[in-house]
Design a protein around this ligand. Structure first.
Ligand SMILES: Cc1cc2nc3c(=O)[nH]c(=O)nc-3n(C[C@H](O)[C@H](O)[C@H](O)COP(=O)(O)OP(=O)(O)OC[C@H]3O[C@@H](n4cnc5c(N)ncnc54)[C@H](O)[C@@H]3O)c2cc1C
Length: 418
């Protein structure tokens, strides 16, 4: 058994976890970043999610509202030749198009500049807590050779699914808390799609409705986002499913079900869309793209009202601007609720702190938000912002220097927008 102490431990190496670890390190904390897969990036690199959303407002001239660690990642992608400004998505949002391999490498390069111990292929499986005092004391992790007991002054749950907070026994909500939530979707990348092929949502919707009538039994979304990544390669966000719990048995069914859907969509593209007769499914990712599972109940809960009305509270530690994008019906394209005046909103610090816990912070998809607010904050641009804030807060609070003001000051010093 390997044992080690850190000031801050971050579990989960997606956008939010990377930003949390760097935020904590820049604040002067010793920091460990743990990831169960073999690369950083979370769903951007393991589930084919092909763009960073949430860096910009929805305005005609989009304003960048996330900087700090997120900006450093964009600069790294730029220096590698994979980013030269935002692109406008099929629904009019400013997004950062991603190349999966370049993103993996860029994230390795960025994190390597900081004194953060990174462990890939290391999975957290257990926590030890002192519930009376409200502290997580240590986590138990495994790789294929050893087991590890890592203790820390503070912990950041950046697992997307709230795995750390759940194991610690924190109060959680699953989906919308009423047995439903946002569908998860398998992202298909296909090549050999000639540039003249039209990928308009209304044309494709007719195709999928007809295919369902013709007897294709496994299709779900009748309309989804299908966009071109380069001259002959296309990303299709179609095969969908609701994940009711996170048991291996359930996830196995969901993975296999959506892979079956992907094969059927491919067949439909071959047979119904002129020009796509020879398109090829290159990858559906190492895992199904997961949108909505567990959420930590925090000291504060970000509400849809605050998001939609672009509220900017005094205790804001991060900004968000992505419209509330709700995938509530597995068969339909997402519904959007836009932020008033296409402005940005502020995220209160209490949304990152688990209720009744002194040293348990959360970041990215796990933060405390109601279902409508979650539909906006879940994107990765916002994940970089809440992650950096959670890392800074974890670092400052564990050494007794924590206050909303000190966290805000440190974030500004680190170049973040709050
Ligand atoms: C189909 C689909 C399309 C989307 N499109 C976009 C888009 O275009 N742009 C955008 O910005 N967002 C998009 N999103 C949303 C976005 O991908 C997620 O909300 C985002 O990845 C959340 O970031 P995160 O850092 O919170 O978590 P994740 O990216 O989920 O990262 C969490 C990490 O924690 C690790 N982890 C979990 N448990 C453990 C454990 N026990 N031990 C060790 N490691 C662990 C996981 O392996 C993972 O790498 C999409 C989502 C889906 C499903």
């Amino acid at each position: 058994m390997v044992k080690k102490y850190y000031d801050v431990i971050v579990v989960g190496g997606g956008a939010s976890g990377i930003a949390a670890a760097i935020g904590a390190a820049k604040t002067g904390a010793s920091c460990l970043l743990l990831e169960r897969y073999g690369c950083l990036g979370g769903q951007a690199t393991t589930a084919n999610v092909a763009s960073y959303c949430g860096f910009f407002t929805h305005e005609e001239k989009p304003r960048q509202i996330v900087r700090g660690v997120g900006e450093e990642v964009l600069e790294e992608l730029y220096s590698l030749g994979y980013y030269d400004g935002y692109k406008i998505s099929p629904v009019g949002n400013a997004v950062v198009a991603l190349d999966q391999e370049a993103t993996k490498f860029a994230l390795d390069e960025v994190i390597s500049r900081y004194p953060v111990d990174v462990l890939l292929h290391c999975r957290m499986i257990h926590t030890e807590t002192d519930t009376e005092s409200g502290h997580v004391r240590q986590i138990l992790c495994v790789d294929d050779q050893d087991s590890y007991e890592f203790s820390a002054g503070a912990f950041v749950d950046a697992t997307g699914d709230g795995n750390l907070a759940y194991l610690a026994g924190a109060q959680m909500r699953y989906g919308d808390g009423k047995g439903k939530g946002q569908a998860s979707t398998r992202v298909m990348i296909m090549d050999r799609v000639p540039s003249e092929v039209q990928l308009k949502p209304d044309l494709l919707e007719k195709v999928f409705i007809q295919a369902k009538k013709d007897g294709y039994r496994n299709l779900t979304k009748e309309s989804g986002i299908v966009f071109r990544i380069n001259e002959d390669t296309v990303c299709a966000i179609l095969p969908s499913i609701w994940i009711p719990d996170l048991r291996a048995e359930t996830l196995t069914q969901c993975e296999m079900n959506t892979r079956k859907q992907a094969q059927e969509y491919l067949d439909v593209f071959h047979r119904y869309v002129p020009g796509m007769e020879h398109c090829r499914l290159i990858t559906t990712g190492a895992q199904l793209g997961i949108r909505d599972t567990r959420h930590v109940v925090g000291e504060k809960i970000l509400t849809g009202e605050q998001v939609i009305h672009a509220m900017k509270p005094e205790d804001s530690i991060a900004r968000g601007a992505w419209p509330c994008e709700m995938h509530v019906d597995v068969n339909k394209i997402a519904k959007y609720i836009f932020v008033d005046h296409d402005d940005y909103y502020g995220i209160p610090m209490g949304c990152l702190k688990a209720k009744n816990w002194k040293n348990l912070w959360c970041a990215g998809r796990t933060i405390s938000a109601d279902p409508v607010a979650f539909a906006s904050v879940r994107v990765m641009g916002c994940g970089f912002a809440t992650g950096q804030a959670a890392g800074v807060a974890a670092a400052l609070y564990q050494n007794g220097q924590g206050s909303i003001g000190s966290v805000q000051q440190e974030l500004i010093r680190q170049g973040a927008l709050i």
